[in-house]
Design a protein. Sequence first.
Length: 187
Amino acid sequence: MFTGIIQAVGKVVEFRASRLRVTTPWSLRKGESVAVDGACLTVTARRGRQADFDVGPQTRRLTTLRSLQIGSRVNLERALRVGDRLGGHWVTGHVEGTGRIVAIEPERNARWITLQLPPALGPALLPKGSLAVDGISLTIAEARGSRARFMIIPHTWKHTSLASKKTGDFVNVETDLLARYALRGKK
C-alpha cells in the first residue's frame, strides 16, 4: 500500500526489454515494493542508489512505463510500514489505465490540469474524491463523465514529475480504492 505522497523523483538510467533501472535517494532492499509513477514494482537488484525493477507484459500494456526513456523523470514512493502517517489516500499501485492531459492552465502560482480518462473509470470520478495520477494523490476539483480537473499547488508541481508534462502526454491513473469497492457493491 502507498499514500500517493511522492517521496522522490528518480531518473531512468536504463530500460531494456523488461528491466528498468532508476536512480533513487535510498538504498533499497531486494524484494522491496516501490511505486514508480504509481505502478507497484519489486526491487530485483540494486547498485548503490540505483534500483532495478522487472516490468511485466501486463504492466507494459496498462501503464505509461512502456514509453520511458533514459533520462525520464519518475515519481517514487516506498511502500507504507505499519505506523506510517497516511497523508494522501489509499493507493495500491495497481494502475487501472492511462489518462491523457488535455489542458494545463496556470492560475497565479498554481496550475489546473484536466485529464481525459478511459470511459470505464468515469463512474469513480467524484468531486472532492481522490485519483492517483502517476502515483500522486490528487483531489478531484471537477468531474464530468470521464474527465477530471485538478488544482496543482506549487509544492506538488515542483516536487513531482508533473512539471515535465505537457498537453497530450499520458499519465498512469488509479481511482480511489473506496470508490471502486462502493461501485462494485452496486453491480
